[in-house]
Structure formats: structure tokens, C-alpha cells
Design a protein. Sequence first.
Length: 201
Amino acid sequence: MIEEGLIAFLMAAMTVVTFMQVVARYVFNYSFVWALELTGVMFAWLIFVGMSYGVRVGAHIGIDALVKSLGRGARRAVGIVATLLCFVYASIFAFGGYQYVRKMHDVGILMQDLPIEQWIPRIILPLGFALLAFRFAQVLFQLASGREAHLLGDEAEDALKEGTDKASIEARTEALMTASQKLGEAVNAQQQAAGAGPETS
């Protein structure tokens, strides 16, 4: 998906730029004046892209103890209302971000260290919230059509799943070690039996 690709690219680019800056400063006694500002811009992009990614995979944290105590129909209704409010929220910020970027474009102010205008990196404001609204719309459609969808992550379920996975891995590792030990014992027994056999003249 689009979020994974952008997140991977931004994290890799941030790592490369930061590494170059460290090497240049401590090895060559030189500093790229634009490195810090570029890293900050990429980190901001990472945050705005990560918002929609969190919605898509259901990773956002929330308090759902009261919702879980409701019936299935009530939970779905609350989920629809909450998702609709989130969609409206993201849409308002997407429109406000567009207006802000348009004004920055008209003013034409340059970045402090990068030789580009400020509206270019700030275009992530309307784009990020528009993508967030799109993901909320997907969840809303799934809930309204009766399909299963999660707006929030379930930390308890994830912890139980992680514990089960670890226990399963440990059990498989122990089984493999036991089988390997038994195989070694069988091979040793065969070697001893072959060595104790009658000698031929």
C-alpha cells in the first residue's frame, strides 16, 4: 500500500541524511546546513502518513472498555458515529490545510536552509488529512455495510497473541531440540552396536 512505501522511504532517507551529517561533522569537520531542516520535514511527513496507516491497520490507541460492554448492535452504532466524527474532523483539517498551503504559496516564503518555498513541504498537511479522511471513510463503509472493522487497536488481544506466538515458538524449539537429542542418541547406539559386533578374520 501507499503508506508502507512512503514510511519505508522516509525512514530510510532520514537514516541516510543523519548518517551523512554525523560522518561529515566528526570525520571531515564539515556540516550540511540543510540536513537538520530536511530531517525535520521528513519526520513531519512520516507523522502525517503514519496517521492514515494507523487507521488502516487499526493501531490507534483508545479507551474502549465501555464500548466493549455494549451489545453487538450498540457497538456497531457507536463505531459508526465515532468514525463519522473522525471523518468530519479529518475533512475539516484537510480543507484548512489546503487553505493554509495556498496562502503560503501566494506569499512565496522560502525555507530557512533549504532552497525551496515553504508551501512545498507543508503540502503534506492537506494530503495527510485527506488520506486520513479516506481511511476513515473506508472504515465507515465497512461498518455501515455490516462487515467487521476496527477503528482502534486492541492492546490486550495483541499482547495475548504475542504471548501465544512466543509460547508456540518455544514449544517448537523444545520439540526440535528433543528430536535432535533422540536422533543423536540413536546414532550413537548404532555406532556402539557396530563397534561391538563380531570381528571378521
